[in-house]
Design a protein around this ligand. Sequence first.
Ligand code: URP
Ligand code: ZN
Length: 458
Amino acid sequence: MDILIKNGTIVNADKSFGADILIINGKIAEIGTSLSATSTKTEIIDANGKYIIPGGIDPHVHLHLPGPAGFSSDDFYTGSKAALYGGTTSFIDFVTPRKGQNLIEALHERKKEASTSLIDHTFHVSPIEWRDSIPEEIKACVAEGITSFKIYVAYLDTIGLKDKDIQKVMKAVAEAGGTITVHCELGEEVDRLRKEFIDSDRTSPKYHPLSRPNYVESKAVKKAIEFADVAGCPIYIVHVSTKESLEHIKKAQQKGQQVFAETCPHYLLLDDSRYLGNFEKTSPFVMSPPLRKKEDNEALWQAVADGTIQTIGTDHCPFTLDQKKYGIHDFTKIPNGAGGIEHRIALLYTYGVLTNRINFSRFVELVSTNPAKIFGLYPKKGVVKIGSDADIVVWNPETENTISAKIHWQNCDLNIYEGIKTTGEAECVIVRGVVRVRRLKSPLHVEATSVAPLKKTK
Ligand code: URP
Ligand code: ZN
């Protein structure tokens, strides 16, 4: 069915303006003033007083991620549904092959696992080891539309790469025209510190941040940037959490190197005081990198505002309290990660736009346009423009909410943003021309929300 959105204010990364939008066959067909319905069947949405923004793109999520404590608790269906309610209409997940597995085979397996997703998605593919066929495997992935290859400087005992292999993979990615995405923490140093704590019986979650101090990240960031410079490949640094890392990133960007940086709402809004207390209170915040100091929060906000940071991802990777208890006697065994896919946009709007740290267009750039540009989805995604996919959010700037695990859509009994207030909400979410979320005016969460039949997208 065609859709006509009337009277809204369109906000793109470069400008905002009042206009109507006509959607035909899943695409934006017209943008203009006083547009008319194509037929009596056209659905008309009145967006008076609302903003129209391109659907959010979360560049960093781990749905159905396997681990010793079980899979991350959101699968592709529940996680994508939570994303939709938060105004996110695309995400980028990960392909982590088994040892010895061809990257293309792993990509095909992961695509099948993701087939229950309600929204569009793509993947960062991870070469977790070097072999002579890796350059060809990378090229084959690029031929299938993959633009990003994720490597881990951390996790040396499982998926992390040693320096010489990082350099080889970067060269292969540069030759294939891809981007290197990198998790920066010095694996050997983390392993050394963890062992020191566990050997001396310091086993509670409060030792998690102490085993991954700021320098563990920033030294890895420096090294990865230097390697990427030599290899000549663009580099995207995920979940930047420290002020020291920002200095290395800024310096490289000023020299003209293609260095992109992502941070997450939790590194902007939460700090390491969350590790004080009992296991139930603190284990939800065990993620890597860990939460940092308030001064890091502030430096990150500054970098979000001045353009050093290009994207906001969530690193969505929720685990239930029961799963977290896998590490109740040993913090190194606590499954790392927390959810956030549902809250990214409202948190950045509330604590970024409404506090005047960033303007509305910059907000759109961070949550949608830049992820689309960096990972090859633009201008199909990331912009409200004629010809683009009709992935559109009607944003009500006034709705007030309080985040809670009791009412969120994420499949988890924990929420690291529990009790945090937000202003602004995705009132209507359209995915490729189909209304997927339509919130009505009522204080009750479940009853307040009616959803068009949620079917799989291709
Ligand atoms: O703690 C985190 N970040 N968990 C998700 C997996 C990863 O390391 O990105
Ligand atoms: Zn991650």
